[in-house]
Ligand binder design. Structure first.
Ligand code: NAP
Ligand code: GLV
Length: 310
């Protein structure tokens, strides 16, 4: 019988175990601490496992990451180099990201930040109407999440573009690719949405040089990883009024320390890494089907390319 060791760093393993036993009872997913013969275990289902996990299971061949981003696993020296890593593709997160970005994009497009300021000054002034087609949204990363967001945002009539490593053919989406096309992409973007994975190439991509290419009055929304954003550069560009506002969901240090100046900034809205969460039923379905495909010697999707970093 297959046995899989489950490790979650931030929550109880209970809801995951229940869902696995409901959908895939034959896969025998167990809490990592309660497994009788750890040396027989080849499969781990994990979120941010510690060294103790790898010491307990010396014969792992495959890890299933309980989220989309694998930066924490790839930078963890305890993860053996030969172990294959599969990640969650979508897992209910694309729909949540669509909601998250729609909410904040409509906030800026419909001038809610400006109307809130007017309210504080008891000012009654209707701002001019701008057609949605004049609001240019640029998505960094057109993968599982970014591509679905790009399609979704078209329902509002926004002018949508995306940037990725390879060119994409997505209906109604202007595709930019590679470092050489980044500047052109940024120059046409009023609202920059980051849904990139964290890799050596993307770390610090939201820096002064790149954010200065955005037209004056643009906004930045980061739901990728905290290390994409150079916070000091963002704060300078906000204070110089080059940027109109920012929304940040992910931080270099989480939870964000209480003394951090971001908490106070009037032009910054923040959420606690909550833009999209792995949903139990679709994630379990994806992992179970992937594991079954591996057992059946098939090549399922979601395999992480360690050289590429995502
Ligand atoms: P994905 O399917 O792997 O997509 C990644 C996209 O980024 C791809 O389009 C890829 O280009 C592009 N990319 C990677 N490196 C690049 C580079 N150097 N230059 C240009 N484009 C590059 O990932 P996903 O499932 O959409 O997830 C994206 C990220 O969102 C995750 O890694 C995670 O960090 C973040 N996330 C955050 C939350 C949250 O709650 N805040 C939740 C889920 C995910 P190609 O298509 O050409 O390969
Ligand atoms: C969450 O941040 C994820 O990568 O799934």
């Amino acid at each position: 019988m297959t046995t899989c060791a489950l490790y979650t760093s931030y929550e109880s393993t209970e809801p995951w175990l229940l869902e696995f036993s409901r959908q895939f009872p034959h896969l025998n997913v167990q809490d990592w601490q309660h497994i009788a013969n750890p040396e027989h275990v080849k499969y781990g289902i994990v979120w941010k496992p510690t060294q103790a996990f790898f010491e307990r299971f010396p014969n792992l061949t495959t890890l299933f990451n309980l989220g989309a981003g694998v930066d924490a696993l790839l930078s963890n020296p305890a993860v053996p180099k030969h172990v294959e890593i599969y990640r969650i593709e979508d897992g209910g997160m694309a729909a949540q990201m669509n909601q998250y970005f729609s909410y904040f994009l409509l906030h800026y497009y419909r001038d809610m930040d400006r109307y809130q300021q007017q309210k504080q000054q008891k000012q009654w002034q209707v701002l001019p109407f701008k057609p949605a087609s004049t609001f240019s949204v640029g998505i960094l990363g057109l993968g599982q999440l970014g591509a679905q967001l790009a399609q979704h945002l078209q329902s509002y009539g926004f002018d949508v573009a995306g940037w990725s490593r390879n060119k994409k053919q997505l209906q109604g989406v202007s595709s930019y690719a590679g470092a050489e096309e980044l500047e052109g992409f940024l120059k046409r973007t009023d609202a920059l949405c980051c849904l990139l994975p964290l890799t050596p190439d993307t770390q610090g991509i939201l820096n002064r040089h790149n954010m200065s290419q955005l037209p004056r009055g643009s906004v930045v929304i980061n739901a990728g990883r905290g290390q994409h954003l150079v916070v000091e550069d963002l704060l300078e560009l906000l204070d110089e009024n080059h940027l109109r506002g920012a929304v940040i969901d992910v931080f270099e240090q989480e939870p964000l320390p209480k003394e951090h100046q971001l908490w106070q900034h009037p032009k910054v809205m923040m959420t606690p890494h909550s833009s999209a969460q792995s949903e139990y039923p679709p994630c379990v379905k994806k992992i179970g089907n992937t594991l079954q495909a591996i057992i059946d010697n098939k090549n399922p999707s979601g395999l992480v390319d360690r050289c590429r970093g995502y």
